[in-house]
Design a binder for this molecule. Structure first.
Ligand SMILES: [Zn+2]
Ligand SMILES: [Zn+2]
Length: 110
């Protein structure tokens, strides 16, 4: 799939409808935040209060990239609701804010 085709897809009515369907399915909760918290709880790890909150999802991500797998574009199993932060991480775009926060945390003394 080309960039133009991908853009067209994201503008399509079919995607707009599917997007809402997936967000509703995931109860507007970021699935990566949820998984991270669940994992920490399972491992008995301590999490700071603000890390315990599942961020509100407002993005729907294609697990198998749209351009590589256009046939999975509207496949429920290929779609996952994410918050902006987790979505950026999935695409390797680490926001500055997040980086700074990490640095700050490492300065904390135990
Ligand atoms: Zn998240
Ligand atoms: Zn994505």
């Amino acid at each position: 799939m080309t960039d133009t085709e991908a853009k067209k897809f994201y503008d399509s009515k079919a995607w707009q409808t599917k997007r809402i369907e997936i967000l509703k399915r995931d109860r507007f909760e970021c699935q990566d935040c949820r998984a991270r918290i669940q994992k920490a709880v399972a491992e008995g790890k301590w999490l700071p209060e603000k890390e315990k909150k599942i961020a509100r999802a407002n993005q729907v991500h294609h697990i198998q990239e749209l351009k590589e797998h256009p046939e999975l574009a509207l496949d429920n199993d290929n779609l996952i609701s994410l918050c902006v932060r987790c979505h950026n991480i999935r695409h390797g775009r680490v926001p500055h804010k997040f980086k700074r926060k990490k640095k700050l945390a490492s300065r904390e003394r135990w």
